[in-house]
Write a protein that binds this ligand. Sequence first.
Ligand code: FAD
Length: 392
Amino acid sequence: MDFKDTPEEAAFRNEVRAFIKENRPQNLAGGMGGFGQGQNPGWREWVKKLAERRWIAPAWPKEYGGAGLSVMEQFIFNEEMAEARAPRPGGIATGFAGPTLIVHGTEEQKKKYLPEILTGEVIWCQGYSEPGAGSDLASLQTRAVRDGDEYVVNGQKIWTSGGHVAKWMILLTRTDPDAPKHRGISYFIVDMKSPGITVRPLINMADSHEFNEVFFEDVRVPRENMIGEENRGWYLAQTTLSFERSNIGSAVGTKQTVLDLINYAKEHAGKTSTLGENPMVRVELADRMIEAQVALMMSYKIISLQAKEGVPAGHEASVAKLYGTELNQRIYRTAMKMLGLYGPLDARSPYAELRGRIKYMYLRSVANTIEGGTSEIQRNIIATRGLGLPRA
Ligand SMILES: Cc1cc2nc3c(=O)[nH]c(=O)nc-3n(C[C@H](O)[C@H](O)[C@H](O)COP(=O)(O)OP(=O)(O)OC[C@H]3O[C@@H](n4cnc5c(N)ncnc54)[C@H](O)[C@@H]3O)c2cc1C
């Protein structure tokens, strides 16, 4: 791996940097996640600028409204956006609903949904997990029964992130209960306003409403909303998941977070930072910086594999997911120690530091090793596909 930019890459980096400098509104808060960004005054302006530049979904091919960036250019783009703490719209819509439509959708489906996704203003959610189907997703029970030109859906989804604000859901249902479990599943796009859908909030332990339970009672979904063929949904879901796992930009944000903590610790030493009083804080911050650099190297490995061989990463993506998410938890544990008694204060307290973000992230990071595939599942993939160990 050559760490230096080629002249073309350096030129592209400058272009992204200049774009951010010129267009990022002052009143735009950093990327805290969550679903409240639409209310931020600068958000719409920023999203519009990104859309004009075709940078809502920069990785998509140009013919579908993306910028057709190469793997390296995507990485540079992600790196610059993370370094500038510039938030990005899209999530499920650009990250995997859109790519799945590009690969498996009909021309009509692409025309109907892709331009809307590219405005960056529409939220999609993912209806995969159920109370009895998470890691073992193929056990899902939500049923879709054909009735003329429609399917009638009954069942329940859970942990549906953004279900309360989403316009569309990508939904996995069972259409053939007699087939082997991977073979009887179909993939739909569902209008979240359809009669018979009930969304119930689940408040996470960080006291934030991000995910939901979604109930389906005789929900009628037009047949034209099915993506791909009936009973082939499992294979489409695999495409979607491989897009999700190859999300390679986050390591840059992780390093940026550690740098921000180090700067804060120095500036507030002896006041709201325990740096100087607690020798462990200094040592831990150094450890976190080294680990963040290791996470970044893992991302470099994945992108150079993708750039050279053109295939999405396999077990390497599991290594990066496992390491990166466990590191995120360690970072926020260190941050809590650094803040001492200020750590547990949230944004409601006038004494809260860093907008109460550390407490929120400390609690929220617990879910990192569950969402997108648990650490145990990643270890299984690494053991069997990476190390060639036999299945238990
Ligand atoms: C914050 C958050 C957001 C989410 N958003 C969404 C969403 O938008 N849409 C959606 O569909 N889902 C979403 N999920 C659900 C997520 O995909 C599941 O939680 C995850 O796949 C694990 O499934 P489960 O919760 O059913 O746990 P289970 O699969 O029941 O696992 C329970 C425990 O058993 C372990 N385990 C299970 N199988 C094995 C095995 N074979 N070997 C070793 N250990 C095993 C697991 O690692 C875990 O520790 C979200 C979850 C979280 C936490």
